[in-house]
Ligand binder design. Structure first.
Ligand SMILES: NC(=O)c1ccc[n+]([C@@H]2O[C@H](COP(=O)([O-])OP(=O)(O)OC[C@H]3O[C@@H](n4cnc5c(N)ncnc54)[C@H](O)[C@@H]3O)[C@@H](O)[C@H]2O)c1
Length: 261
């Protein structure tokens, strides 16, 4: 039985992961933005990933109540995107603060404990966008690529301490993620909402595959076929990948300019 902390656990992938961890008999601390647990279910702590104080409190909670932690799942995140000349710098700041620095803060908070334990597993939710970079999504692609880079760095750095690192890179799946879109580029926001809400995949589909990767301590967890295919195409058929990206850019440009009117 493992002791697991999940951020962004009130919705979507976080909630689906918690349900699966609990079903398998693990101890879970769910965390999210709200003061209280939305469903009153699992043990809950408010943890805004932007707050170093909240992170310190989470470490203290794990030490006091569990005497340590086995798996830290840095999952909380928001959706952003848009054309480089339309999306605002405030949006960049917001997504860097949550999606990238939120993960950095989580790792910094728990690594001293993991080193002391000489055990632990860090699981970061990035995205397929951290591996392949479609046009009109520069802020999201950039922070998710940052999460992939951070994860790989730590996987090597923490190996001597018996600490493993995994990074999950799913393609679009159905959650409440689109509700976090507040961008100035509303045409691109509408496209992202559609991709999330029309995806055939559920959060539970993704959670099942991510959990399997966690158990196998796989570094790169690519939990669905579209993400796996895109990553393979980029690595082994680069001209085809570039052509696909250019096609997406041309279509997105038409759509955006149609909407901008
Ligand atoms: N849904 C997709 O298509 C998709 C694809 C690839 C990657 N992801 C990633 O999966 C992760 C989970 O997203 P989801 O799709 O389940 O979305 P979601 O909106 O359903 O859940 C995200 C959760 O994170 C929480 N959150 C947001 N800001 C926070 C903060 N500052 N501190 C703590 N919690 C915060 C929200 O309250 C929410 O409960 C994100 O990192 C997202 O980028 C999602």
């Amino acid at each position: 039985m493992s002791r697991v902390l999940v951020t962004g656990a009130a919705s979507g992938l976080g909630a689906a992961l918690v349900a699966r961890f609990v079903a398998e008999g693990h101890q879970v601390l769910s965390t999210d933005l709200a003061e209280d647990s939305p469903d009153g279910g699992t043990t809950y702590l408010k943890l805004d990933v932007r707050s170093p104080d909240d992170w310190d409190a989470a470490v203290a909670w794990c030490e006091q109540n569990w005497g340590g932690l086995d798996i830290l799942v840095n999952n909380a995140g928001i959706a952003t995107g848009g054309r480089i000349d339309v999306e605002t710098l405030d949006e960049w700041d917001r997504v860097v603060d949550i999606n990238l620095m939120g993960v950095v803060r989580g790792c910094r908070a728990f690594v001293p404990l993991f080193k002391q334990q000489r055990s632990g597993q860090i699981v970061n939710t990035a995205s397929a966008a951290g591996l392949v970079h479609p046009p009109m999504m520069s802020s999201y692609n950039t922070v998710k690529a940052g999460v992939v880079a951070l994860s790989e760095t730590l996987s090597h750095e923490l190996h001597p301490y018996g600490v493993s690192v995994s990074v999950a890179c799913p393609s679009f799946f159905r959650t409440n993620l689109a509700d976090s879109i507040r961008g100035a580029d509303s045409a691109m926001g509408a496209t992202a909402r559609q991709l999330i809400e029309k995806s055939p995949r559920t959060a539970d589909d993704i959670a099942a595959a991510v959990l399997d990767g966690i158990k196998k301590k796989r570094f790169l967890i690519i939990p669905d076929r579209p993400a796996a295919l895109a990553w393979r195409t980029k690595r082994f058929a680069r001209p085809l990948y570039d052509r696909q990206m250019r096609k997406i850019a041309a279509r997105a440009r038409q759509r955006a300019e149609g909407k901008d009117g």
